[in-house]
Design a protein around this ligand. Structure first.
Ligand code: GUN
Length: 282
């Protein structure tokens, strides 16, 4: 029987701490940390994420703005919006919700966000700093995973860590954070020859590939710590991760559920980054 890591509980504890630090910040500075979220178009999943981000900001005492722009927004209009937010002194963090409609150039949009307000840590300056271990902002999802490991007293040093997935948002920065904690890190992806052979080596297995119930019990070593970053919707409408919980949980020593695992931690780390951005703004 695995320890089911309760992401909701950990997120609530960390958010209580952020609320206290926000209160102290406001008393000292006389204003609140501010986050602006820009959403273009009407992707229903993105709308839910953005609503959750706004609610999370309000709960910890931040100032927040949501800028909803129509699906046919041009690059010029979106860049003008970013420029406006860049110059808004109430706003310390800017987040453009991804994915953007296909006609918009995501890379150019991210490049337009000033690195000191880039609370997603997607700008090349911030991704470069992650590589060097000189963090201004921690990438939200990988940072949330590290926070959970720390909270559960799971030591990474010297462990075989396997990350399944190599996205710029999760897989690659995840590997870096584990490496900085002295893990022995392997990244697997769609071209990995014998995936199960590699995942079975893992003491700590982090899965972020976006395929429902992809990792099954036979791919996991007895006693492994399994972190499921996936969020997929099954045909029956139920949410599920990238890990087949039913067959993996009996073998794991600890596992994150979906929902209620990594998900609540991601927004928590966004709040942490926004507070950091506010503190570092003079
Ligand atoms: N879309 C899905 N996850 C994220 C995220 O962490 N940040 C942004 N900006 N868009 C996303």
């Amino acid at each position: 029987m695995a320890n089911i890591i309760d992401g909701k509980k950990i997120a609530a504890d960390v958010r209580a701490d952020i609320t206290a630090r926000t209160e102290a910040f406001k008393n000292e500075r006389g204003y609140a940390p501010g986050l602006a979220v820009v959403i273009v178009g009407e992707d229903p999943a993105s709308q839910v994420y953005v609503r959750n981000k706004k609610k999370a900001c309000e709960d910890v005492g931040f100032y927040s703005e949501v800028h909803e722009m129509p699906a046919q927004t041009t690059m010029e209009e979106l860049l003008a919006k970013i420029e406006e937010l860049k110059n808004n002194t109430k706003i310390h963090g800017i987040l453009v919700q991804l994915p953007l409609p296909k006609h918009l150039d995501e890379k150019a949009v991210i490049a337009a966000i000033p690195p000191e307000k880039d609370v997603d840590a997607f700008h090349t300056i911030n991704t470069g700093k992650i590589m060097l271990g000189e963090y201004s902002f921690l990438p939200c999802t990988p940072a949330g995973v590290m926070k959970m490991l720390e909270y559960e007293n799971i030591d990474v040093s010297g462990k075989e860590c396997v990350v399944v997935g190599r996205s710029n948002i999760v897989g690659k920065p995840m590997a870096m954070l584990l490496l900085h904690q002295n893990g022995t890190v392997t990244i697997c992806h769609s071209r990995t020859k014998d995936l199960a052979e590699v995942t079975r080596r893992a003491d700590i297995l982090v899965v972020a590939i976006g395929k429902a119930d992809f990792i099954t019990g036979d791919m996991v070593k007895d006693g492994a710590v399994v972190i499921d970053v996936g969020m997929n919707r099954r045909a029956d409408g139920k949410l599920t991760g990238d890990v087949d919980f039913a067959t993996v949980e009996p073998k794991a020593s600890a596992i994150t559920p979906v929902p209620g695992g990594v998900g609540p931690m991601t927004i928590t780390m966004l709040l942490e980054n926004t507070l950091t951005a506010a503190k570092t703004t003079i």
